[in-house]
Ligand binder design. Sequence first.
Ligand code: ADP
Ligand code: MG
Length: 702
Amino acid sequence: MNQQIFQTPIEYLRGVGTARAEVLRKELGISNFADLLRHFPYKYIDRTRFYKISETNADLPHVQIIVRLKSKEIVGEKHTKRLIAQVYDDTGLMELAWFQGIKWVEKLLIPGKAYIIFGKPGSFNGKAQMAHPEIEPYVAGGAKQSGNLKLQPVYNSTEKLKSFQLDSKGLQKLVAILLEQTSRDILETIPHHVLQKFKLVDRRVAYHNIHFPADSGTLQAATNRLKFEELFFIQFKMLKNKVQRAFKFKGNVFDIVGDYFNNFYNHKLPFDLTNAQKRVLKEIRLDTQRGIQMNRLLQGDVGSGKTVVALMSMLLAIDNGFQTCIMAPTEILANQHYQSIESLIDDEFLEVALLTGSTPAKRRRVIHEKLENGELKILIGTHALIEDKVQFKNLGFVVIDEQHRFGVEQRAKLWRKNVIPPHVLVMTATPIPRTLAMTLYGDLDVSVIDELPKGRKPIETLHFYESSRLRMFGFMKQEIAKGRQIYVVYPLIKESEKLDLKNLTDGIEVMSREFPLPQFRISIVHGKLSAADKDAEMQRFVKGETQIMVATTVIEVGVNVPNASVMIIENAERFGLSQLHQLRGRVGRGAEQSFCILMSTQKLSHDGKIRLDTMVKTNNGFEISEIDLQLRGPGNIEGTQQSGVLDLKLANLATDQQLLLAARKCVEEIFEQDPQLQLPENQLLNQASHTHNGGLSWDKIS
Ligand code: ADP
Ligand code: MG
């Protein structure tokens, strides 16, 4: 099998050479044959539709028109010389102009004859005109007369490339040469039975037709096939990992529900679990009885009660003789977990230890020792947990909070802390849409807590324009009079940091005037403060010494002040949806009715309006994440940026959800029927390493 050919450096393609290869590499990142083949057109010019002269205007892209020639004339001298032709159809007149190739075109033009012209329409002095159209004689009855493609591919190019004759047309020529030369080597990667089931076209055909489609039908079939391939192999890789893991690693079996679990459940748990919490616990319980290592993602909105579920799973592990840990991405979060778990169980019941970067060496030594001798059963901490020095006697269950900040490698490090890797529960408070979860965490099982504890009053969200600022101040005073505390959050975005800081300073000034001492007290927290000052200000608010906390988004994670029941977000239109949702999650933690007020300028962009409307309309993080995905596209969703998985060439996780679900299901069925890929019909899947960017990998052959 000659797949090496696709790694041939691009300069060896006929018509390229060193100089052009250099610009192709620099400008488009095209360095080998595969790259060029995968430089897909970003649009196609429709040559199936004919326009009338009266329908054209300067806003249209390239169009084609059937016209009859009225007259032609060569005007001007030397380099102002041009060929002007007057043409018409039954709706009007148009002027055509050529500045080059005059002689050749002039010969073609015979007054009274009909032609197809193709170009970008314009107007000059109110007259329809077109410069440098492509032109060919019109033959009655023949849309197919043109040897040209009906859908002409248009490729991304740059000024630099154009100076090397590599405009769209130039690139098109190179692709044509490449296809001619390598078409035989474009081999099928998807098993025949799958192609048949989903009516997918052959891979070679697809590559040809995506560049040079005969019509929109073949284009669609080609695009569909290649998108499917992309999604299929992501899922294939994910599920293959998962299946292999199941073969490779045994899992600890938790078959006892013992004293720790039961005592906690019967005597310590201060509330009834929600049905969603019970369901997830059941899922985890089943997982941990199968003898296979669990890798599960737990998604749930802020406040949905993930921590309790995690804790009860840990108690189950402890009942079966294992140690457990929770790893959080920041010290603040680790601290918070520590506190909330300590508040649920006391030291008499079970010792809980906190290990972070700032744990003193002496304390650290004690913790290390207790972990090694098995005395300590619950450890909570940051990255400090995965250091090699931290050794457990028998680690059986690991909770990772806020997965997206940890890499897969770090997950794996935790596994290696025991001979049989511990079960892993990944928790995230940033709900992401199902299709994204499938792609990012496709090798994990997913549990969802989609229900808030009973009695929670949904946060009421209001959107105020700047003109209602006084009303907002009035509202703040009213809530403060009731004894509540208030967050006021300002955006601080890197690109406009200076302006933002000015807004923040101005905002603080206005607030101080509106809420003067001694009646009112304000905490101020922003990124320019030292950690110690920040902490001190935060503490004043936490203790209730101040009623207002003015802050930049530093409070996004980590603060839990149940008495704070109002969140005011300034310049709310500048925040992303998931950020707004996260911020809003800071309130609604106490018994009081909570509010979120979104302040915005009068003038909102289309998307800005949708974001604010969405926030007002719903508290549901999953719904919000879906809308976020539609608005921003998958690459920009919180927490997905660093993930190469989402670097898709063709498929779009927002718009191709159906295709993704189909691909996922298909791969699942394959592994269900043939987990080791032994059936002859699946052999194609065993033949090479698979990556989503090419099926049979052109990039990395292993
Ligand atoms: P999450 O981690 O999902 O944001 P937490 O686990 O921190 O949520 O729970 C938020 C708060 O709700 C905590 O104070 C917790 O004790 C409480 N809580 C959790 N589950 C329930 C429940 N079923 N009923 C009432 N309160 C609950
Ligand atoms: Mg939590």
